[in-house]
Ligand binder design. Structure first.
Ligand code: AMP
Ligand code: GLY
Length: 421
Protein backbone atom coordinates (compact mmCIF):
# COMPACT_ATOMS: atom_id res chain seq x y z
CA UNK A 1 0.00 0.00 0.00
CA UNK A 2 1.22 3.49 -0.81
CA UNK A 3 0.18 6.96 0.22
CA UNK A 4 -0.32 9.53 -2.53
CA UNK A 5 0.04 13.31 -2.49
CA UNK A 6 -1.90 14.96 -5.33
CA UNK A 7 -0.55 18.47 -6.03
CA UNK A 8 -3.10 21.01 -7.30
CA UNK A 9 -6.62 22.25 -6.64
CA UNK A 10 -8.61 21.72 -9.82
CA UNK A 11 -11.15 19.28 -11.21
CA UNK A 12 -8.26 17.41 -12.80
CA UNK A 13 -6.71 16.75 -9.40
CA UNK A 14 -10.06 15.77 -7.86
CA UNK A 15 -10.58 13.26 -10.70
CA UNK A 16 -7.05 11.82 -10.38
CA UNK A 17 -7.57 11.38 -6.63
CA UNK A 18 -11.03 9.86 -7.15
CA UNK A 19 -9.56 7.28 -9.52
CA UNK A 20 -6.57 6.51 -7.27
CA UNK A 21 -8.92 6.04 -4.29
CA UNK A 22 -10.41 3.00 -6.08
CA UNK A 23 -7.09 1.17 -6.02
CA UNK A 24 -6.52 -1.55 -3.43
CA UNK A 25 -2.84 -0.57 -3.57
CA UNK A 26 -3.45 3.01 -2.39
CA UNK A 27 -3.81 3.82 1.29
CA UNK A 28 -4.14 7.54 2.12
CA UNK A 29 -4.61 10.27 -0.49
CA UNK A 30 -3.72 13.86 0.38
CA UNK A 31 -4.41 16.94 -1.73
CA UNK A 32 -2.24 20.07 -1.61
CA UNK A 33 -4.03 22.40 -1.46
CA UNK A 34 -7.15 20.59 -2.82
CA UNK A 35 -10.64 22.14 -2.94
CA UNK A 36 -14.11 21.91 -1.38
CA UNK A 37 -14.72 18.48 -2.91
CA UNK A 38 -11.49 16.77 -1.87
CA UNK A 39 -10.83 15.42 1.60
CA UNK A 40 -7.49 15.21 3.44
CA UNK A 41 -6.51 18.65 2.17
CA UNK A 42 -3.12 19.91 3.21
CA UNK A 43 -2.65 23.65 3.41
CA UNK A 44 0.43 23.89 1.19
CA UNK A 45 0.45 25.81 -2.10
CA UNK A 46 1.09 23.81 -5.26
CA UNK A 47 4.10 26.07 -5.89
CA UNK A 48 5.72 25.63 -2.45
CA UNK A 49 8.12 22.90 -3.53
CA UNK A 50 10.02 22.89 -0.23
CA UNK A 51 6.81 22.51 1.80
CA UNK A 52 5.47 19.79 -0.49
CA UNK A 53 8.73 17.83 -0.35
CA UNK A 54 8.79 17.96 3.45
CA UNK A 55 5.17 16.74 3.62
CA UNK A 56 5.74 13.95 1.07
CA UNK A 57 8.77 12.74 3.00
CA UNK A 58 7.08 12.81 6.41
CA UNK A 59 4.01 11.00 5.09
CA UNK A 60 5.84 8.58 2.86
CA UNK A 61 3.95 9.64 -0.29
CA UNK A 62 4.25 9.06 -4.00
CA UNK A 63 3.55 12.53 -5.43
CA UNK A 64 1.38 13.14 -8.50
CA UNK A 65 1.56 16.66 -9.97
CA UNK A 66 -1.49 18.11 -11.74
CA UNK A 67 -0.66 21.67 -12.90
CA UNK A 68 2.07 22.99 -15.18
CA UNK A 69 3.55 25.71 -12.96
CA UNK A 70 5.22 23.47 -10.34
CA UNK A 71 6.45 21.20 -13.17
CA UNK A 72 8.00 24.16 -14.96
CA UNK A 73 9.58 25.26 -11.66
CA UNK A 74 11.36 21.90 -11.38
CA UNK A 75 9.35 20.11 -8.67
CA UNK A 76 10.26 16.72 -10.18
CA UNK A 77 13.99 17.52 -10.24
CA UNK A 78 13.92 18.66 -6.60
CA UNK A 79 11.93 15.66 -5.31
CA UNK A 80 14.13 13.24 -7.25
CA UNK A 81 17.26 14.86 -5.80
CA UNK A 82 15.82 14.16 -2.34
CA UNK A 83 15.07 10.52 -3.17
CA UNK A 84 11.27 11.11 -3.22
CA UNK A 85 9.02 9.32 -5.71
CA UNK A 86 7.20 11.73 -8.02
CA UNK A 87 5.23 11.32 -11.26
CA UNK A 88 5.72 13.95 -13.96
CA UNK A 89 8.32 15.52 -16.27
CA UNK A 90 11.50 17.29 -15.15
CA UNK A 91 11.90 21.02 -15.69
CA UNK A 92 13.75 20.47 -18.96
CA UNK A 93 11.14 17.98 -20.23
CA UNK A 94 8.34 20.37 -19.22
CA UNK A 95 9.79 22.96 -21.64
CA UNK A 96 7.52 21.32 -24.20
CA UNK A 97 4.79 23.32 -22.46
CA UNK A 98 6.62 26.13 -20.62
CA UNK A 99 8.22 27.55 -23.76
CA UNK A 100 6.13 27.50 -26.90
CA UNK A 101 9.20 28.60 -28.88
CA UNK A 102 11.23 25.70 -27.52
CA UNK A 103 8.38 23.33 -28.44
CA UNK A 104 7.99 24.74 -31.97
CA UNK A 105 11.73 24.49 -32.66
CA UNK A 106 11.77 20.97 -31.21
CA UNK A 107 8.95 19.94 -33.56
CA UNK A 108 10.64 21.60 -36.54
CA UNK A 109 14.01 19.91 -36.03
CA UNK A 110 12.40 16.52 -35.42
CA UNK A 111 9.90 16.54 -38.28
CA UNK A 112 6.69 16.68 -36.19
CA UNK A 113 3.85 18.27 -38.17
CA UNK A 114 2.99 21.75 -36.86
CA UNK A 115 1.90 25.10 -38.32
CA UNK A 116 4.70 27.13 -39.96
CA UNK A 117 5.95 29.95 -37.72
CA UNK A 118 8.43 32.74 -37.02
CA UNK A 119 9.70 34.07 -33.66
CA UNK A 120 9.98 37.79 -32.79
CA UNK A 121 10.98 40.05 -29.91
CA UNK A 122 10.79 43.27 -31.95
CA UNK A 123 7.24 44.53 -32.56
CA UNK A 124 8.22 46.40 -35.77
CA UNK A 125 9.71 43.30 -37.35
CA UNK A 126 6.72 41.23 -36.25
CA UNK A 127 4.29 43.68 -37.88
CA UNK A 128 6.37 43.79 -41.06
CA UNK A 129 6.25 39.99 -41.24
CA UNK A 130 2.51 39.89 -40.50
CA UNK A 131 1.91 42.24 -43.44
CA UNK A 132 4.07 40.14 -45.75
CA UNK A 133 2.22 36.81 -45.46
CA UNK A 134 -0.96 35.95 -47.31
CA UNK A 135 -2.47 33.53 -44.76
CA UNK A 136 -4.24 34.13 -41.41
CA UNK A 137 -2.10 34.17 -38.29
CA UNK A 138 -2.18 33.21 -34.63
CA UNK A 139 -0.11 35.24 -32.15
CA UNK A 140 1.31 33.38 -29.15
CA UNK A 141 3.24 34.52 -26.09
CA UNK A 142 6.21 32.23 -25.51
CA UNK A 143 5.73 31.39 -21.83
CA UNK A 144 2.99 30.16 -19.49
CA UNK A 145 -0.04 32.47 -19.48
CA UNK A 146 -2.78 30.27 -17.99
CA UNK A 147 -4.21 29.48 -21.42
CA UNK A 148 -4.67 33.16 -22.29
CA UNK A 149 -1.48 33.87 -24.23
CA UNK A 150 -2.83 32.72 -27.60
CA UNK A 151 -4.72 35.10 -29.87
CA UNK A 152 -6.35 33.64 -32.97
CA UNK A 153 -6.69 36.46 -35.54
CA UNK A 154 -8.92 37.08 -38.53
CA UNK A 155 -7.09 39.99 -40.16
CA UNK A 156 -3.89 42.00 -39.94
CA UNK A 157 -5.36 44.67 -37.66
CA UNK A 158 -6.11 41.97 -35.07
CA UNK A 159 -2.56 40.66 -35.47
CA UNK A 160 -1.10 44.14 -34.94
CA UNK A 161 -3.30 44.57 -31.89
CA UNK A 162 -2.15 41.23 -30.46
CA UNK A 163 1.52 42.04 -31.09
CA UNK A 164 1.01 45.36 -29.28
CA UNK A 165 -0.70 43.67 -26.30
CA UNK A 166 2.01 41.07 -25.82
CA UNK A 167 5.29 42.73 -26.88
CA UNK A 168 4.59 46.41 -26.14
CA UNK A 169 1.97 46.56 -23.36
CA UNK A 170 3.43 43.39 -21.78
CA UNK A 171 -0.01 42.04 -20.83
CA UNK A 172 1.58 38.67 -20.04
CA UNK A 173 4.73 40.07 -18.40
CA UNK A 174 7.89 38.11 -19.11
CA UNK A 175 5.90 35.24 -20.62
CA UNK A 176 5.44 37.63 -23.55
CA UNK A 177 9.03 38.83 -24.07
CA UNK A 178 9.07 36.74 -27.24
CA UNK A 179 6.20 35.84 -29.51
CA UNK A 180 5.40 33.33 -32.19
CA UNK A 181 3.47 34.27 -35.29
CA UNK A 182 2.14 31.06 -36.79
CA UNK A 183 -0.18 30.06 -39.57
CA UNK A 184 -3.79 29.59 -38.49
CA UNK A 185 -4.87 26.04 -39.23
CA UNK A 186 -8.62 25.74 -39.70
CA UNK A 187 -9.76 22.23 -38.91
CA UNK A 188 -11.21 20.10 -36.10
CA UNK A 189 -9.51 20.14 -32.72
CA UNK A 190 -9.06 17.21 -30.33
CA UNK A 191 -6.91 16.25 -27.37
CA UNK A 192 -4.55 13.30 -27.51
CA UNK A 193 -2.90 12.36 -24.23
CA UNK A 194 -0.41 9.61 -23.47
CA UNK A 195 1.37 8.37 -20.35
CA UNK A 196 5.11 7.79 -20.70
CA UNK A 197 8.11 6.53 -18.76
CA UNK A 198 10.61 8.07 -21.17
CA UNK A 199 10.81 5.01 -23.42
CA UNK A 200 7.31 3.63 -23.82
CA UNK A 201 4.11 5.68 -24.14
CA UNK A 202 0.59 4.34 -23.70
CA UNK A 203 -2.44 6.15 -25.06
CA UNK A 204 -5.01 7.58 -22.71
CA UNK A 205 -8.56 7.71 -24.15
CA UNK A 206 -9.17 10.40 -26.78
CA UNK A 207 -11.25 13.46 -25.91
CA UNK A 208 -12.48 16.80 -27.18
CA UNK A 209 -12.56 20.04 -25.21
CA UNK A 210 -14.94 23.01 -25.70
CA UNK A 211 -12.70 26.02 -25.18
CA UNK A 212 -15.03 28.93 -25.91
CA UNK A 213 -17.30 30.33 -23.21
CA UNK A 214 -20.60 30.31 -25.17
CA UNK A 215 -22.60 27.65 -27.03
CA UNK A 216 -21.63 26.93 -30.64
CA UNK A 217 -18.01 27.89 -29.87
CA UNK A 218 -18.72 31.60 -29.55
CA UNK A 219 -16.99 34.14 -27.31
CA UNK A 220 -13.51 34.19 -25.76
CA UNK A 221 -11.35 31.17 -24.99
CA UNK A 222 -11.46 29.68 -21.49
CA UNK A 223 -9.54 26.93 -19.71
CA UNK A 224 -12.21 24.55 -21.10
CA UNK A 225 -16.01 24.48 -20.64
CA UNK A 226 -16.57 20.76 -21.10
CA UNK A 227 -15.24 17.58 -22.63
CA UNK A 228 -16.30 14.18 -23.80
CA UNK A 229 -14.48 10.92 -24.40
CA UNK A 230 -13.92 9.10 -26.71
CA UNK A 231 -14.17 11.46 -29.66
CA UNK A 232 -15.06 10.28 -33.19
CA UNK A 233 -12.79 13.07 -34.48
CA UNK A 234 -9.90 10.66 -33.85
CA UNK A 235 -10.69 7.31 -35.47
CA UNK A 236 -8.41 4.31 -34.95
CA UNK A 237 -6.26 5.01 -37.99
CA UNK A 238 -5.76 8.64 -36.95
CA UNK A 239 -5.03 7.57 -33.36
CA UNK A 240 -2.33 5.21 -34.61
CA UNK A 241 -0.84 7.94 -36.75
CA UNK A 242 -0.76 10.43 -33.86
CA UNK A 243 0.63 7.79 -31.52
CA UNK A 244 3.46 7.03 -33.95
CA UNK A 245 4.21 10.38 -35.57
CA UNK A 246 3.55 12.69 -32.63
CA UNK A 247 3.74 10.89 -29.28
CA UNK A 248 6.39 8.24 -29.92
CA UNK A 249 8.40 10.58 -32.12
CA UNK A 250 8.38 13.21 -29.37
CA UNK A 251 9.45 10.77 -26.65
CA UNK A 252 12.24 9.26 -28.78
CA UNK A 253 13.44 12.63 -30.11
CA UNK A 254 13.59 13.99 -26.59
CA UNK A 255 15.60 10.96 -25.53
CA UNK A 256 17.99 11.53 -28.45
CA UNK A 257 18.41 15.09 -27.17
CA UNK A 258 19.18 13.77 -23.69
CA UNK A 259 15.79 14.43 -22.06
CA UNK A 260 13.70 11.67 -20.50
CA UNK A 261 10.00 12.57 -20.70
CA UNK A 262 8.02 10.94 -17.90
CA UNK A 263 4.41 11.73 -17.08
CA UNK A 264 1.39 12.73 -19.12
CA UNK A 265 2.17 14.10 -22.58
CA UNK A 266 -0.76 16.03 -24.02
CA UNK A 267 -0.82 16.94 -27.71
CA UNK A 268 -3.39 19.56 -28.74
CA UNK A 269 -4.21 18.40 -32.27
CA UNK A 270 -5.84 20.19 -35.20
CA UNK A 271 -6.96 17.77 -37.90
CA UNK A 272 -6.96 19.32 -41.33
CA UNK A 273 -7.37 17.37 -44.57
CA UNK A 274 -6.86 14.21 -42.52
CA UNK A 275 -3.49 15.38 -41.20
CA UNK A 276 -2.81 15.92 -37.47
CA UNK A 277 -1.06 19.25 -36.79
CA UNK A 278 0.28 19.76 -33.26
CA UNK A 279 -1.01 23.13 -31.99
CA UNK A 280 0.64 22.79 -28.61
CA UNK A 281 2.06 20.35 -26.13
CA UNK A 282 1.15 20.22 -22.48
CA UNK A 283 3.40 18.35 -20.08
CA UNK A 284 0.45 17.26 -17.91
CA UNK A 285 -3.13 16.01 -17.99
CA UNK A 286 -5.75 18.31 -19.43
CA UNK A 287 -8.42 19.95 -17.31
CA UNK A 288 -11.30 19.14 -18.01
CA UNK A 289 -10.09 16.27 -20.26
CA UNK A 290 -8.99 14.36 -17.15
CA UNK A 291 -12.50 14.06 -15.67
CA UNK A 292 -14.18 11.94 -18.41
CA UNK A 293 -10.94 10.06 -19.08
CA UNK A 294 -10.66 8.97 -15.43
CA UNK A 295 -14.30 7.83 -15.43
CA UNK A 296 -13.58 5.60 -18.45
CA UNK A 297 -10.29 4.16 -17.23
CA UNK A 298 -10.51 0.48 -16.33
CA UNK A 299 -6.88 -0.17 -15.43
CA UNK A 300 -5.44 0.77 -12.05
CA UNK A 301 -3.87 4.23 -12.43
CA UNK A 302 -1.34 3.72 -9.62
CA UNK A 303 0.31 0.81 -11.51
CA UNK A 304 1.00 3.10 -14.47
CA UNK A 305 2.22 5.95 -12.27
CA UNK A 306 4.66 3.65 -10.46
CA UNK A 307 5.84 2.14 -13.75
CA UNK A 308 6.39 5.60 -15.22
CA UNK A 309 8.55 6.58 -12.25
CA UNK A 310 10.51 3.28 -12.47
CA UNK A 311 10.81 3.26 -16.26
CA UNK A 312 9.09 -0.14 -16.49
CA UNK A 313 5.96 0.75 -18.48
CA UNK A 314 6.71 -1.87 -21.17
CA UNK A 315 6.15 -4.62 -18.59
CA UNK A 316 2.48 -3.57 -18.28
CA UNK A 317 -0.25 -4.03 -20.90
CA UNK A 318 -1.62 -0.94 -22.61
CA UNK A 319 -4.26 0.87 -20.55
CA UNK A 320 -7.79 -0.52 -20.88
CA UNK A 321 -10.93 1.58 -21.21
CA UNK A 322 -14.64 1.17 -20.59
CA UNK A 323 -16.67 1.04 -23.80
CA UNK A 324 -19.02 3.67 -22.41
CA UNK A 325 -18.81 7.36 -23.30
CA UNK A 326 -18.24 10.03 -20.67
CA UNK A 327 -19.13 13.71 -20.68
CA UNK A 328 -17.97 16.52 -18.37
CA UNK A 329 -20.00 19.74 -18.25
CA UNK A 330 -18.20 22.60 -16.53
CA UNK A 331 -20.37 24.72 -14.26
CA UNK A 332 -18.79 28.15 -14.03
CA UNK A 333 -19.70 31.42 -12.34
CA UNK A 334 -21.24 33.99 -14.66
CA UNK A 335 -18.59 36.44 -15.85
CA UNK A 336 -15.81 33.85 -16.25
CA UNK A 337 -13.26 34.07 -17.96
CA UNK A 338 -13.27 37.73 -16.87
CA UNK A 339 -14.48 38.71 -13.39
CA UNK A 340 -17.18 36.78 -11.51
CA UNK A 341 -18.73 36.67 -8.05
CA UNK A 342 -17.38 34.37 -5.35
CA UNK A 343 -18.55 32.93 -2.03
CA UNK A 344 -22.01 31.84 -3.25
CA UNK A 345 -23.43 28.73 -1.62
CA UNK A 346 -23.82 25.70 -3.91
CA UNK A 347 -26.92 23.57 -3.35
CA UNK A 348 -27.87 20.13 -4.67
CA UNK A 349 -24.49 18.47 -4.39
CA UNK A 350 -25.71 15.57 -2.22
CA UNK A 351 -27.87 13.88 -4.77
CA UNK A 352 -25.75 11.03 -6.10
CA UNK A 353 -26.37 8.72 -9.02
CA UNK A 354 -24.24 5.71 -9.91
CA UNK A 355 -23.47 7.01 -13.40
CA UNK A 356 -22.27 10.49 -12.44
CA UNK A 357 -19.59 12.24 -10.40
CA UNK A 358 -19.26 15.88 -9.51
CA UNK A 359 -15.60 16.89 -9.58
CA UNK A 360 -14.91 20.18 -7.81
CA UNK A 361 -12.52 22.90 -8.91
CA UNK A 362 -13.25 26.47 -7.72
CA UNK A 363 -14.96 25.52 -4.45
CA UNK A 364 -14.17 25.66 -0.76
CA UNK A 365 -15.85 24.38 2.38
CA UNK A 366 -16.87 26.70 5.19
CA UNK A 367 -18.94 25.71 8.19
CA UNK A 368 -20.56 22.73 6.49
CA UNK A 369 -21.38 24.71 3.35
CA UNK A 370 -19.74 24.48 -0.05
CA UNK A 371 -19.02 27.92 -1.53
CA UNK A 372 -17.83 29.04 -4.96
CA UNK A 373 -14.24 30.29 -5.01
CA UNK A 374 -13.19 30.30 -8.67
CA UNK A 375 -14.38 30.81 -12.24
CA UNK A 376 -14.70 27.16 -13.16
CA UNK A 377 -16.53 25.72 -10.17
CA UNK A 378 -17.62 22.11 -10.84
CA UNK A 379 -17.13 19.47 -13.53
CA UNK A 380 -20.32 17.43 -13.66
CA UNK A 381 -19.25 14.18 -15.28
CA UNK A 382 -21.37 11.20 -16.32
CA UNK A 383 -21.03 7.98 -18.28
CA UNK A 384 -23.56 6.40 -20.63
CA UNK A 385 -23.67 3.51 -23.07
CA UNK A 386 -23.59 5.98 -25.94
CA UNK A 387 -22.46 9.60 -26.14
CA UNK A 388 -26.10 10.62 -26.33
CA UNK A 389 -26.90 8.90 -23.01
CA UNK A 390 -23.76 10.26 -21.36
CA UNK A 391 -24.85 13.79 -22.35
CA UNK A 392 -28.37 13.19 -20.96
CA UNK A 393 -27.00 11.79 -17.70
CA UNK A 394 -24.57 14.69 -17.26
CA UNK A 395 -27.20 17.40 -17.88
CA UNK A 396 -29.72 15.61 -15.62
CA UNK A 397 -27.20 15.99 -12.80
CA UNK A 398 -26.37 19.58 -13.83
CA UNK A 399 -30.04 20.50 -13.37
CA UNK A 400 -30.00 19.44 -9.72
CA UNK A 401 -27.16 21.75 -8.74
CA UNK A 402 -27.70 25.45 -8.17
CA UNK A 403 -26.16 28.73 -7.03
CA UNK A 404 -27.09 32.28 -8.06
CA UNK A 405 -24.37 32.78 -10.72
CA UNK A 406 -24.31 29.25 -12.14
CA UNK A 407 -23.46 29.30 -15.87
CA UNK A 408 -22.74 26.46 -18.29
CA UNK A 409 -22.76 25.60 -21.97
CA UNK A 410 -25.75 23.56 -23.10
CA UNK A 411 -24.05 21.91 -26.08
CA UNK A 412 -21.19 19.88 -24.59
CA UNK A 413 -20.66 16.70 -26.64
CA UNK A 414 -22.93 17.78 -29.49
CA UNK A 415 -19.98 17.99 -31.86
CA UNK A 416 -19.39 14.29 -31.29
CA UNK A 417 -23.04 13.46 -32.11
CA UNK A 418 -22.99 15.41 -35.35
CA UNK A 419 -19.87 13.59 -36.43
CA UNK A 420 -21.60 10.26 -35.73
CA UNK A 421 -24.48 10.96 -38.10
P1 AMP B 1 -2.61 26.60 -27.58
O1 AMP B 1 -2.49 26.99 -26.13
O2 AMP B 1 -1.35 26.81 -28.36
O3 AMP B 1 -3.24 25.27 -27.83
O4 AMP B 1 -3.71 27.59 -28.15
C1 AMP B 1 -4.99 27.72 -27.57
C2 AMP B 1 -6.04 27.53 -28.62
O5 AMP B 1 -5.83 28.43 -29.69
C3 AMP B 1 -6.02 26.15 -29.26
O6 AMP B 1 -6.71 25.22 -28.50
C4 AMP B 1 -6.70 26.45 -30.59
O7 AMP B 1 -8.11 26.51 -30.44
C5 AMP B 1 -6.18 27.82 -30.91
N1 AMP B 1 -4.97 27.72 -31.78
C6 AMP B 1 -3.68 27.64 -31.39
N2 AMP B 1 -2.86 27.57 -32.45
C7 AMP B 1 -3.63 27.60 -33.54
C8 AMP B 1 -3.38 27.54 -34.94
N3 AMP B 1 -2.14 27.45 -35.45
N4 AMP B 1 -4.44 27.58 -35.78
C9 AMP B 1 -5.70 27.67 -35.31
N5 AMP B 1 -6.01 27.73 -34.00
C10 AMP B 1 -5.00 27.69 -33.11
N1 GLY C 1 -8.27 21.78 -21.40
C1 GLY C 1 -7.08 22.30 -21.93
C2 GLY C 1 -5.91 22.23 -21.04
O1 GLY C 1 -5.91 21.59 -20.01
O2 GLY C 1 -4.90 22.85 -21.36
Amino acid sequence: MVNVLVVGSGGREHALGWKLAQSSKVDKIYFAPGNGGTSHNVDISSEDIEGLATFAKENNCVTVVGPEVPLSMGIVDEFTKRGLRIFGPTKSAAQLESSKIWAKNFMKRNGILTARFEVFDDPKKAIEYAKSVDYPLVVKADGLAAGKGVIVCNDSSEVIDAIDKILVKKNFGNAGSNIILEERIDGVEASFIALSDGNTAYQMATSQDHKRIYDNDKGPNTGGMGTYSPTPVIDDATANEIQKNVIEKTISSMKKEGIVFKGFLYAGIMLKDGKPYVLEFNARMGDPECQPIMMRMDSDLIDYIQASIDGTLSTLSPISWKKQSAVCVILASKGYPESYPKNEEILGLDDSTPNSQVFHSGTRKEGGKVLTSGGRVLGVTAVGDTLEFAIKNAYARVDKISWPSKYYRTDIGKKGLILHE
